[in-house]
Design a protein around this ligand. Structure first.
Ligand SMILES: Cc1cc2nc3c(=O)[nH]c(=O)nc-3n(C[C@H](O)[C@H](O)[C@H](O)COP(=O)(O)OP(=O)(O)OC[C@H]3O[C@@H](n4cnc5c(N)ncnc54)[C@H](O)[C@@H]3O)c2cc1C
Length: 457
């Protein structure tokens, strides 16, 4: 929808083909199974969304979304220890994915420049290897097929994209693909939060430490609109996700800290368990093909999909849309190959963040050509160790690491000489020995204080 909004600023007619029925409100739908799991929108993506569709953030907040300032408003156990709750420039929006999508879609559709055809499935590309001239569309209700001509076709069909087959049918050579698959899977369920706890208790993230050589187990509790907690338990290959209530509680208890288990112990479950196995990092490299057809662009998860634990998919798609906006607003003529390069560049940081971390998990399956993932593993690990350890306890280091983690500055900022000087100067605070929770927060969730650990928040 964001890309459709961008295109409507530069082109005459924009038609979105959607296989699904789109609900007229913030409700789940078949074509987006991932919406049953927690979604955060990082500040980089939120700024793009609000720039393209002014007022979206306010609408989301009015509907119950929360604006969480990193690291001040969160409680996080990283691989290297507990994170101090420093203030920073970055935030994320937390709400259900259906609310996020509906709010964006409603703004785009009400503006009246984008037409949405529901129950319309794109089945193949028309044209040839030099130029794509449209798509064949199947009416999902009747099965009837028809041709839709277009100057530009954008594949935004998500992780299940059939682009590689479609390109082969046009006679183009295979697009190279990198996969880094730590076997990540997710199990989520909604709970009724204790009264007031969705606003008075911080989101919680508990991560594993891949250095221990065991499958990674994660747990998060994220507040959403309507006074509910989205509780997600996740694991890398071999972590054995829960399949019933008892295993859910047991798994939460097995994390590196019992906070998630303590929170759900007396909370009321509202839904069954939903499981997703879409956790692999996968990236296409259309920009490496010697020729790319005019009139075709691939974006979003169809181009590059990441392990969702880093929360980058929607922001990456938004940044891709922003890059396209810039290109289309620049000098003409522009080529599809240039647009594809811009989309690939926008996906590069979230790709390398996720792929470089996931490759460290035991049992990770990798077929990658990205030179940054090959060789020099020790140097990469050492840098990641130093960075994570320092950002837990140093406010200035944490601020810049959060800028990069939120995709608000390029990853390369973390290798700059200014950053190295900052690392040398910044005085770290003492290490935290437990979750940094204030007395009022503990009370809001009905938890008893553990040994005093002190909260900066
Ligand atoms: C468990 C999980 C948790 C996640 N958490 C986060 C998070 O916290 N933060 C974040 O930013 N991202 C998160 N993501 C990633 C995020 O969901 C995706 O990055 C994002 O939805 C990608 O958007 P998209 O438009 O490219 O694809 P999608 O959202 O998948 O949309 C694709 C659309 O295309 C339609 N479609 C498919 N094929 C066709 C066809 N042939 N013809 C017509 N229509 C078609 C589908 O019905 C669907 O509506 C998570 C993903 C998962 C799996």
């Amino acid at each position: 929808m964001l890309t459709a909004q961008v295109l409507s600023r530069h082109l005459d007619t924009v038609t979105v083909l959607e296989r699904d029925v789109l609900p007229d409100g913030p409700r789940q739908r078949r074509g987006q199974p991932q919406a049953r799991h927690g979604h955060i929108l990082w500040s980089s993506g939120a700024r793009v969304v609000d720039g393209l569709l002014p007022g979206t953030i306010d609408r989301l907040l009015a509907a119950g979304a929360r604006r969480i300032m990193f690291q001040r408003d969160l409680v996080t156990l990283t691989s290297h220890g507990w994170q101090h709750r420093f203030p920073s420039r970055q935030f994320c929006l937390m709400c259900s994915r259906p609310l996020m999508d509906w709010t964006v879609r409603d703004q785009v559709v009400s503006a009246g420049r984008v037409r949405v055809r529901q129950r319309a499935e794109a089945v193949e590309l028309s044209g040839g290897g030099d130029r794509v001239t449209g798509v064949r569309v199947r009416d999902v209700e009747t099965g009837a097929e028809s041709a839709l001509a277009a100057d530009l076709v954008v594949d935004a069909t998500g992780r299940g994209s059939r682009l590689r087959h479609w390109l082969a049918a046009l006679g183009l050579p295979p697009v190279e693909e990198d996969v880094v698959d730590a076997g990540m899977a997710y199990c989520s369920r909604l709970y009724k939060a204790p009264p007031g706890a969705t606003t008075a208790f911080p989101p919680v993230n508990i991560s594993p430490d891949p250095r221990d050589g065991r499958p990674g187990r994660f747990g998060v509790v994220h507040p959403q609109e309507g006074g509910v907690w989205m509780v997600t338990l996740a694991g890398t290959r071999g972590a054995r996700l829960p399949s019933d209530d008892a295993e859910f509680t047991e798994y939460a208890r097995s994390l590196r800290d019992p906070l998630v288990a303590d929170l759900i112990a007396s909370a009321e479950p509202l839904t069954p368990l939903f499981v997703s196995h879409f956790g692999a990092n996968r990236r296409l490299y259309p920009e490496r093909l010697e020729r790319w057809p005019e009139g075709l662009l691939v974006i979003g998860d169809a181009l590059a999909a990441f392990n969702p634990i880093y929360g980058h998919g929607m922001s990456s798609a938004a940044l891709g849309a922003a890059a396209l906006d810039e290109l289309l607003g620049g000098p003409r003529p522009w080529s599809a190959a240039a647009a594809q390069r811009a989309a690939g560049a926008a996906a590069d940081d979230p790709w390398i963040i996720a792929a470089a971390r996931d490759i460290e998990y035991v049992g990770c399956r990798t077929t990658a050509t990205d030179p940054r993932l090959l060789g020099e593993a020790e140097t990469r690990r050492h840098f990641a160790d130093v960075l994570t350890t320092r950002s837990l306890r140093s406010p200035a280091v944490s601020a810049l690491v959060t800028d990069a983690a939120s995709l608000s500055v390029p990853q390369s900022a973390l290798g700059s000489s200014e950053f190295m000087a900052l690392m040398a100067r910044d005085e770290p605070l003492p290490e935290l020995t437990g979750p940094p929770l204030a007395a009022a927060e503990l009370a809001a969730a009905g938890l008893r204080p553990r040994d005093a650990v002190g909260a900066d928040g």
